[in-house]
Design a protein around this ligand. Structure first.
Ligand code: SF4
Length: 391
C-alpha cells in the first residue's frame, strides 16, 4: 500500500524552496550532476530547450520581502518597479552566483535594461535578451523566434551544455507537457473547490517548481494534487469567488495573498507564475520539435499585457476566464509602476464593465509589509459581492 503523502511536510519542503533565495537546491543539483544552471526572468521561456541540452532552468521572480535592498536601489529610479532592484541585489550579494547565466525575455523596457546592466556587472556569465516576436505570422515572427532559439542553443553549447538534439527536445517537450497538464488540473480543481486548494498554498507549490528539475517538479505537484484531493477536512466557506489579474511579473508578498483569502475572497484564477501556463495546451511531440515550440508560442500562448494583440480584442480572454472560473468579481492587482499591467488596466476594466462584473484595483510591491488597507478594501469588496452582486 502506498502511503498517503503528508501535506504539512510537502508544504514545508515547498516553502523552504520558495524562501531560499540562495538557491540551495540548484547548488545541490549542480554538485550532483555537474550541469549548467541558467536562470530566467518572468514571464516565459521555453524551458524545454534548456532541459534538452542538460541545463537546469531556474525561474527567478525577485526576492520577496525578505531581502533588504541597498545596492539594487542605486541602479533604478524610485518610479520603477521593485523586481529589478531585488534581482540586482541578489546578483551583487552572490546569492545567485551558482547560475551560469540569465535569460531576460522581452516583456518590458525594465527587463531590457536589466539585461544590459547584467552584462556589465557579470561579464563572465551568459546573458541573453530573448527577443520574442510581436508578429505572429510563421514566416515573419516564427522565423525570427526560431533564429533566437537556435542562437540560444548554440550559446548554451558554447558554455559546455550538450549540443542541440531534436530527439532530446521532443522528450523534454513531453515532460513539460506533463507539468503543464498538472498545473492546469490544479487550477481546474481550485475552480471547482477553492476551499481544497487555497491559492496561498498552490502558489508556494508553483514557486517551488521554479528551482527544481522538471522531473522533481512533476513529482511535487502530483503529490500535492493527491493530498488536496484527499483533504476532506477542508470545508467550503461563504467567500466571494474572485479572479486576480495583473500580477504576472513581480509577485505580491505571500502575506498579501493570505490577506485576500482571509478577507473573504476565494481566488479562483490568477496570473501568478505563468511560465507553466503560458502555452495553453500540449505542444506536439511529433515532427520538428523546435518548430513545435515556435508554433506554440505564436498561436497557443495566453493573452498577456506583454504581448501584442493582433486580431483579438483586449480583455476578451479575461472575460472568458471570468466566465470559465465562475468568478463573481475581478481584483486588478498589479505591481506599482508596472507599465504593461497598468497601461492595459483601463481597457481590461472597460471589458469587465461590459458584463457588469464588480471589480476593484490596488497596487503592491514585492516587499509591501502592511496589508491592513488592502484587507479592508478586499473585505468590503467581498462583502458587497455577497450582499448585492447579481453576477
Ligand atoms: S513588474 Fe512590470 S514593469 Fe516591472 S519588470 Fe515586470 S513587467 Fe516590467
Amino acid at each position: 500500500m502506498t502511503r498517503a503523502p503528508d501535506l504539512p511536510a510537502l508544504f514545508d519542503r515547498a516553502d523552504g524552496l520558495y524562501r531560499d533565495y540562495k538557491l540551495g537546491a540548484v547548488r545541490a543539483w549542480k554538485a550532483r550532476t555537474g550541469g549548467l544552471a541558467i536562470g530566467y526572468m518572468p514571464i516565459y521561456i521555453p524551458c524545454e530547450l534548456l532541459h534538452a541540452q542538460g541545463v537546469l532552468p531556474v525561474g527567478l521572480m525577485g526576492a520577496r520581502d525578505d531581502l533588504e535592498i541597498i545596492k539594487g536601489d542605486a541602479y533604478y529610479q524610485s518610479y520603477i518597479c521593485h523586481i529589478p532592484r531585488s534581482t540586482i541585489e541578489l546578483g551583487l550579494n552572490g546569492n545567485i552566483d551558482c547560475l551560469d547565466g540569465l535569460i531576460f525575455p522581452a516583456i518590458c523596457d525594465v527587463i531590457r535594461n536589466l539585461s544590459g546592466i547584467w552584462q556589465t556587472l557579470f561579464p563572465d556569465k551568459l546573458v541573453r535578451y530573448l527577443d520574442v516576436p510581436q508578429n505572429f505570422s510563421p514566416d515573419i515572427g516564427g522565423r525570427f523566434y526560431r533564429h533566437e532559439l537556435e542562437t540560444l542553443c548554440a550559446e548554451m553549447a558554447g558554455r559546455g551544455a550538450r549540443p542541440y538534439d531534436p530527439e532530446a527536445l521532443s522528450a523534454s517537450i513531453a515532460l513539460y507537457n506533463r507539468l503543464r497538464r498538472l498545473v492546469r488540473d490544479l487550477y481546474a480543481l481550485r475552480q471547482e473547490a477553492p476551499w481544497k486548494v487555497p491559492t496561498s498554498e498552490l502558489y508556494i507549490m508553483l514557486r517551488a517548481t521554479l528551482v527544481l528539475p522538471v522531473e522533481e517538479a512533476i513529482d511535487l505537484l502530483e503529490e500535492y494534487h493527491a493530498c488536496v484531493e484527499a483533504a476532506d477536512d477542508r470545508q467550503p466557506l461563504d467567500q466571494a469567488r474572485v479572479l486576480l489579474t495583473g500580477s504576472f511579473c513581480e509577485q505580491p508578498p505571500i502575506g498579501l495573498i493570505r490577506t485576500l483569502e482571509r478577507s473573504g475572497c476565494y481566488i479562483v484564477d490568477d496570473d501568478f507564475v505563468q511560465v507553466h501556463r503560458w502555452i495553453k495546451s500540449d505542444i506536439p511531440v511529433e515532427g520538428d520539435p523546435l518548430n513545435n515550440l515556435v508554433q506554440a508560442f505564436l498561436s497557443d500562448a495566453i493573452a498577456s499585457s506583454t504581448r501584442y494583440i493582433d486580431q483579438g480584442v483586449k480583455g476578451a480572454e479575461l472575460l472568458d476566464r471570468v466566465r470559465i472560473s465562475g468568478a463573481e468579481g475581478v481584483l486588478f492587482c498589479a505591481p506599482s509602476f508596472c507599465d504593461p499591467a497598468l497601461l492595459d488596466q483601463p481597457m481590461m476594466v472597460r471589458a469587465v464593465e461590459t458584463t457588469k462584473t464588480p471589480w476593484t484595483a490596488f497596487k503592491y510591491s514585492e516587499n509591501t509589509g502592511q496589508f491592513q488597507v488592502i484587507r479592508e478594501q478586499a473585505g468590503t469588496f467581498a462583502d458587497s459581492i455577497k450582499l448585492w452582486s447579481e453576477a
